[in-house]
Design a protein around this ligand. Structure first.
Ligand code: EPZ
Length: 420
């Protein structure tokens, strides 16, 4: 396994290009199962999760060609030759569950391994399943798999999600595009990745209203056709790199950055002392004065994104005062806290609340990553820490951040990757 070594103290200056969104691409790719015609995705990120989704879709009979060094994905599913998504792939990436709705909608059958939990929580899929049942699917859970059938096709239904689940919304939205009649989904997720999926499905001929609001209305059609769609900018990669010049000092331009994707996060970052200005090519970020404390509560979009909580905590460990972070989306998403404490941070965690008492400085240390966003919060802390921070198990990082070392070192960070 590789590790990343960061030596703190370097101010950052330069530009960081922001890639296409991992969490948009992971739902756009399964949409290719909905049609026999080609779906082309541009601005695709080059990440290990995309390779895993490619492996899964290929096992189902979907041809996936990676073009232009992985920036363009050309997908085509003339027919689904295998309707079973096996555990050995699904266990590597929970987003695999997103092939369930499309396979059911296209062919009326699907067998998908239950994804199981992960480091940040139990991650059930009950909302995905109850929504599909509302649309007429017959589901049988046995031996760790969902055996799903809809022999006469899915039927439009009215369904209220108990929680605005991102994946649940994506699965049901894709399934509804080919259902007979109209589907109305209430209390859906409103994340930019949902809006991006709706735009792509509409380009494929789907009839959808309400994306970005709490209610989606989908009028089923008989068939969808091919399309070419540009993957939306990755707001989580964007927010992560916006934090880099704020924690390390300096000024960085995030190429492709869009403030409208992260309004709540930007407001909190400005409260913490950042100056964010829009440029013709993206967003320019620097810090003005000391890092100031700010209270954070993670919420569904448009609230503060849970996927940026760990990164914000890294910054707030150096604030002049106390910040309270409340994690409301996942039950166990403070695993970065013990590692930050080893670097000298002063953090008290009780249940879903982390109280961060700012300290004057952090000290580099060997630290262990446990999930994708926890990993990158340790890198950010290392940029500001005195001395060397060694982050191991960086395979977590490769799931969500392409060329992280190259992007940060191009702005002057003292950072390298080596074999462990
Ligand atoms: C998506 O996961 C993202 N992953 C996550 O990003 C992100 O943290 C999450 O949305 C919330 O924004 C992808 O898009 C691939 P959820 P998802 O369904 O769809 C509960 C990253 O770092 N829930 O909105 O799994 C669940 O337990 C990853 O890029 C149910 O109870 O998130 C959790 O507590 C991490 N039943 C909460 O909802 C269900 O059927 C949020 O889950 C589904 C979810």
């Amino acid at each position: 396994m590789d590790r990343i070594i960061v030596t703190g103290g370097q101010e950052l200056r330069g530009q960081i290009p922001i890639a296409g969104a991992k969490n948009a691409c992971l739902t756009l790719m399964p949409a290719a199962l909905l049609t026999s015609e080609p779906l082309t995705l541009t601005n695709a990120p080059r990440l290990s999760d995309i390779a895993t989704m490619t492996e899964l879709l290929s096992s189902l009979g979907c041809e996936v060609a990676s073009l232009q060094d992985g920036r363009v994905l050309a997908l085509g599913t003339e027919r689904i030759s295998n309707h079973t998504a096996h555990y050995d792939i699904v266990r590597k990436m929970r987003a695999s569950i997103l092939v369930l709705g499309p396979m059911l909608a296209r062919d009326g059958e699907a067998v998908v391994s239950l994804p199981g939990g992960c480091a940040i929580g139990a991650r059930p899929v009950d909302i995905h399943l109850s929504g599909l049942e509302a649309m007429g699917a017959e589901l049988d859970l046995r031996d760790g798999y969902v055996h799903a059938k809809a022999p006469d096709g899915l039927i439009g239904a009215e369904y209220t999600l108990p929680f605005a689940s991102v994946g649940g919304t994506e699965n049901l939205l894709m399934a509804a595009t080919l259902a007979r009649g109209t589907t109305v989904l209430h209390n859906v997720a409103r994340e930019p990745e949902i809006v991006d999926l709706a735009h792509c499905l509409r380009a494929m001929g789907a009839r959808i209203e309400g994306e970005g609001t709490e209610t989606l209305t989908i009028h089923g059609v008989d068939k969808l056709h091919g399309a070419t769609h540009r993957v939306v900018t990755d707001r989580i990669e964007l927010g992560t790199y916006m934090l880099a010049p704020v924690i390390a000092g300096g000024e960085v331009e995030l190429i492709g950055g869009r403030r409208d994707l992260l309004e709540c996060f930007c407001e909190k970052l400005e409260t913490a002392g950042a100056v964010i200005s829009e440029t013709p090519d993206g967003l320019l970020v620097r810090r003005d004065g000391p890092i100031r404390p700010v209270d954070i509560k993670t919420e569904v979009h448009p609230g503060f994104p849970t996927d940026l909580q760990a990164q914000m905590m890294a910054l707030l460990t150096l604030a002049e005062g106390t910040s309270v972070l409340e994690e409301t989306i996942f039950e166990n998403r403070f695993m970065h806290a013990p590692e930050l404490i080893r670097m000298g941070a002063d953090i008290d965690v009780h249940g879903g609340i982390a109280t961060v008492h700012g300290v004057a400085g952090l000290k580099g240390a060997p630290v262990m990553a446990t999930d994708l966003r926890a990993s990158v919060s340790l890198i950010l802390a290392g940029l500001a820490a005195e001395g060397e921070t060694v982050v191991s198990r960086v395979y977590h990082l490769d799931r969500g951040y392409e060329h992280l070392v190259r992007k940060l070192s191009a702005c002057g960070a003292d950072i390298r990757r080596e074999k462990e």
